[in-house]
Design a protein around this ligand. Structure first.
Ligand code: S3P
Length: 438
């Protein structure tokens, strides 16, 4: 199946699809969003924070390194990260630029922290991140009094200068983005006034939950996210649930491949992230959640999936933010479903690590899928099977993983070009895929 000996130039991976059965009882790595937030709040808290089951991958390493560059002591202890918090006002001026790599979360959330510091910083990314829009955070942070500039006021590098005061803000999010919301809340920790944020579409609320867990005065009032000024954070033990975005590849693989049965333990099932589960349910997928409990204000459960006959559905509107990172793998599920799937209102995907609408269109189209690209989505007419093909990851971890599952279902050998990009969020992805296909 996944033939790891057939690497070409260390970049291509051959996947032999066809009839196999997937089965296993697995765990996926810690949630990426929650891991980033744990590192940030742990660094800014008083006292020690321990983050159990933290995601150790390229993206989260960038956040860790940025804080180490500013004098925060962190070390791994088995699977846990120990952070010696240095208080909201303890960060030291870094010697060089803060390098965020491929990680939009690192750059956008850190910008919120940096506008409140008494020193200058420059944040840069890799080529992909340097071409992603930052005006969405520059605007609200500047409204709060932050001195932040970018190239053409839109792109990294971001130049941040110290200011005397960060002030209150009432902000209606023009784009559904948890990164923007989080950036504003983090800047608000340094503000003299309150923060109030109105969301059109509900986005992941991990920052709000973790700020509350660390002792900040944050609450919802008539649907508006409110945070009072004058907070200080206390170090905590955080247990990171498995990443539902990583689990999604195994949920869909288990449903698409005949005779399969997969259990994924300890997955984060925060309702702002469970759009994938609702969609797979609507498609007729056999999916069960059990053993539900709450750890550090985040719900966790075990997810069990079985081979299912899926039917096309319509996806769009207010709920798309709850499954935004799962749209590529949902498109793969749709390509093997009965009937038509229409995915709308996901234009945001064009501004991710790559243009994910175009990348998934190119991949599935290359495999002979009946697929149409829309400005804000895709229309897919499902088929029983697709042709093997050479599939480009476009340097995007979620495209590599989604197309790997499509390749598994095709009959014959497909090549995933640039598959190693899974290091960004799920270094053991192929190892686990290999394990469940034994
Ligand atoms: C994230 C928010 C989402 C998501 C990204 C992680 C976060 O981005 O796509 O993978 O951790 O806040 P947007 O805020 O741009 O929607």
């Amino acid at each position: 199946m996944v033939n790891s000996e057939k690497f070409r130039g260390g970049m291509d991976l051959i996947i032999r699809g066809g009839k196999i059965r997937l089965s296993g009882d697995i765990r996926v790595p810690g949630d990426k969003s929650i891991s980033h937030r744990g590192i940030i709040l742990g660094a800014l808290a008083n006292g020690t924070t321990t983050i159990q089951n933290i995601l150790m991958a390229e993206d989260t390493r960038k956040t860790i390194n940025c804080f180490k560059d500013m004098g925060v002591r962190m070390k791994m202890d088995g699977n846990d990260l120990q952070i010696e918090g240095i208080d909201l006002h303890g960060l030291e001026e870094p010697e060089g630029k803060l390098y965020c790599g491929n990680s939009g979360t690192t750059m956008r959330l850190l910008s919120g922290v940096m506008v409140g510091q008494k020193f200058n910083t420059i944040l840069i990314g890799d080529d992909s991140l340097n071409s992603r829009p930052m005006d969405r955070i520059i605007r609200p942070l500047a409204m709060m009094g932050g001195a932040i500039r970018g190239l053409d006021n839109r792109y990294p590098p971001l130049y941040i200068d110290p200011v005397k005061d960060i002030h209150s803000i009432y902000y209606k999010l023009p784009v559904a983005s948890a990164q923007v919301k989080s950036s504003i809340l983090l800047a608000g920790l340094y503000g003299k006034g309150d923060v109030r944020i109105e969301e059109g579409k509900v986005t992941r609320d991990h920052t709000e939950r973790m700020l509350k867990y660390f002792g900040a005065n944050i609450y919802l009032e008539d649907g508006i996210i409110c945070m009072k000024s004058g907070n200080s954070l206390e170090g905590k033990d955080v247990q990171v649930p498995g990443d539902i975005s990583s689990a999604a590849y195994f949920m869909v693989a288990g449903m698409l491949i005949e005779d399969s049965h997969i259990i994924i333990r300890d997955v984060g099932i925060n309702p702002t992230r469970t759009g994938i589960i609702h969609v797979l349910n609507r498609m007729g997928g056999d999916i069960k959640i059990s053993n539900i409990r709450v750890k550090n204000l985040e719900p966790i459960g075990d997810v069990e999936v079985r081979y299912s006959t899926l039917t096309g559905v319509e996806i769009g509107g207010d709920t798309v933010a709850t499954m935004i990172d799962e749209i590529p793998i949902i498109a793969v599920a749709a390509a093997f479903s009965k009937g038509k799937t229409v995915i709308r209102d996901v234009e945001e995907l064009r501004y991710k690590e790559c243009d994910r609408i175009r990348a998934i269109y190119n991949g599935l189209n290359g495999m002979g899928a009946d697929i149409k690209e829309l400005p804000d989505g895709l229309i897919i007419e499902g088929r029983k099977t697709l042709e093997p093909a050479t599939l480009n990851s476009y340097g995007d971890h979620r495209i590599a993983m989604a197309l790997s599952i499509a390749a598994l279902k095709a009959k014959g050998e497909s090549t995933i070009t640039g598959h190693e990009v899974v290091e960004i969020s799920y270094p053991d992805f192929y190892k686990t895929l290999w394990k469940v296909s034994q």
